[in-house]
Design a protein around this ligand. Sequence first.
Ligand code: SF4
Ligand code: FES
Length: 366
Amino acid sequence: MSPVPAPLGLLAELTHRCPLACPYCSNPLELEDRAAELDTGAWARVFQEAAAMGVLQVHLSGGEPASRRDLVEITAAASHAGLYTNLITSGIGLDAGRLERLQDAGLDHVQLSIQDTDPALADRIAGYDGAHARKQAFAGAVTRLGLALTINVVIHRANIGHLPALVALAASLGAGRVEIAHAQYYGWALRNRDALMPTREQVDRAMEELDRLRDGRLTIDFVVPDYYASRPKPCMGGWGRRSLNVTPSGIVLPCHAAQTIPGLEFWSVRDHALLDIWARSPAFGAFRGTAWMKEPCQSCAFRELDFGGCRCQALAIAGDAAATDPSCDLSPHHAKLRMLAEEAAARSGTPYLYRGRPALTPIPVR
Ligand code: SF4
Ligand code: FES
């Protein structure tokens, strides 16, 4: 058996609480309670153990990490452990004073989500009136402090036609990078697939536009939407190979949707050292490496490059987490994935479903 690789990144889901209600939320259907959240000291121990294992970066995420009153102390603990600290935020709940305290605590980088360039559409998607204006003000506060800024945009049917304007907005906000990712249909987002799925024509046009937009002024990361891809992405850089997620209550996952896979046994930092979980827990061992693969992955030349794609998508579409990711055109389920995409994309006008709030009709695409 090959040695267990050292992880490079840790996603710290500090809380599932969030002021926004985006229909593409990939957090689980059942969110973890505030009462179950790890305290500051437990996070500090996790960061120390992560750094000792070789982790270089921690992504402070949620939910909305600013919902944690001890975010400054948590950031200081991550920085003290020697980790590069990246805050992934909606910008809501962080004024300039708190941001300055985060910088003093050692914060290195901010990733701010933007829903669209049109304020009404952006607020409709976020499920929060006034969110867009507050995000723009927050971006100003980030750049005034000289913190590195990346803009994150989740792309779907309503905003995929606005890519040039979204990239221009990111540049005008002072971002050095923009990450454009298609909605991933896990957790709550799967419920909204019919409301979010773009058409094939929209995706093709977006790909052409991106080629023109990549003029070197801004780094643009873009991933082809799985449902329209012909080869899968190496989800998480390979299961149990590069990174790990810690949920608000301390459960350690190989990916954010791993709990959708039945029969996996997850361990918690409340009971085990992080290294023990990474190296020995059943969930991390389940799909690490290539020995678990079935055909066509098992004998495929790409198996060490894409690791068979995404286990959670294989489960969701093929009903088998060990199957080839259906976004691969060698998968026997590839045609089904395409058909699901086309059927969903044809259901224009499907209302957005928000957690715990009434559904709303999407603003018509312009
Ligand atoms: Fe990747 Fe498996 Fe498809 Fe080969 S068959 S390209 S390993 S997903
Ligand atoms: Fe779980 Fe891709 S989201 S392996």
